[in-house]
Design a protein around this ligand. Structure first.
Ligand code: CAA
Length: 286
């Protein structure tokens, strides 16, 4: 692929986002190594990849051979040592700083010293992750949107320590993969979530105050706001646990009450009702 300075890319964590990112990279004809924590999680990751590419086959957007070629480009493993010859690794594990720092410590040990290490965090500080490694100049944020194979935006986040070349190489990769990169500084929520989650948080507050129903709010924003999904459908797609984490991170930095998570969101997360991925959130799914 022209303009791409990476040839083998690792993805750590094959949940919704990691599997989607691995698919995007493999569609771009890059060799991909997908890492999960154990064989059960690895099989779930394989399931995500097969379902997402299978959907494209069903829609006539991809041939079965094309699907096979994409899946064949993704080597699945539970061993971090298989990332040793990657020149870029993208981490997409759950949004917990301790967990991400642990992953980066392992990556720092096994990856080549010149490899760029990226985090797909949607809310944590890229700088705090970077300073936990011995290569803070090679750490960037690369924030894809859900569903990663469909959404065009990729936020590329530079810290005050990141070398400009690492930022440019990652932004060029995103563009070569058909995405639209924007390069921004390290602030909670970056650009898109900082603006989007003020709105999503207010939708939950509005529901909780009882002056409009879930369906009426969703309908109003879909048909009047020109959006593909109303806020509750979208939060169920994102995952209510992720929504809570993003709101908490932005609120902690800004103290802006528009980002204070509402009790209803906390209650749903505590109950394990996390949206589509658990079969129930604001809506119930089959
Ligand atoms: N994985 C892969 N492909 C998917 C998919 C998925 N989960 N969901 C849909 N698609 C594909 C479909 O295959 C279809 O592709 P083709 O046109 O090539 O056939 C295309 O997307 C459209 O899908 P559908 O016709 O089934 O449904 P739709 O028209 O309602 O679109 C949608 C679905 C793309 C998700 C659309 O509703 C949408 O854009 N919703 C808003 C999504 C959004 O705002 N995401 C950002 C969330 S914020 C975030 O992610 C940041 C964060 O840090 C939390």
């Amino acid at each position: 692929m022209s303009g791409v300075s990476f040839s083998k890319v690792g993805v750590v964590g094959l949940g919704t986002m990691g599997a989607g990112i691995a698919e995007v990279l493999a569609r771009g004809e890059l060799a991909v190594v997908g890492i999960e924590v154990n064989s059960e999680a690895l099989e779930r990751g394989r399931g995500h990849l097969e379902r997402s590419t299978g959907r494209a086959v069903k829609r006539g957007r991809l041939t079965e051979e094309g699907q096979r070629a994409i899946l064949d480009r993704i080597a699945l493993s539970t061993d971090f040592a298989d990332l040793a010859d990657c020149d870029l690794v993208i981490e997409a594990v759950p949004e917990r700083l301790d967990l991400k720092r642990g992953v980066f410590a392992q990556l720092d040990r096994v990856c080549r010293p010149d490899a760029v290490l990226a985090t797909n965090t949607s809310s944590l500080s890229v700088t705090e992750i970077a300073v936990s490694t011995n290569r803070p100049t090679k750490i960037v944020g690369v924030h894809f949107f859900n569903p990663a194979p469909v959404m065009k935006l990729v936020e590329v986040i530079r810290t005050v320590l990141t070398e400009p070349e690492a930022v440019t190489r990652v932004a060029d990769l995103a563009a070569a993969l058909g995405k639209t990169p924007v390069t921004i500084g390290d602030r909670a929520g970056f650009v898109a979530n900082r603006l989007l989650f003020g709105y999503l948080g207010q939708a939950v507050t509005m529901l909780e105050s009882g002056h409009a129903t879930r369906d009426d709010i969703d309908t109003a924003m879909r048909t009047g706001g020109g959006l593909p999904m109303g806020p509750f459908t979208l939060m169920d797609l994102i995952g209510l646990d992720t929504c809570l984490e993003v709101l908490e991170a932005i609120h902690a930095e800004t103290r802006d009450r528009r980002h204070a998570p509402s009790p209803l969101l906390r209650e749903l997360v505590a109950a394990g009702l996390l949206g589509r991925k658990t079969g129930r959130g604001f809506y119930a799914y089959d």
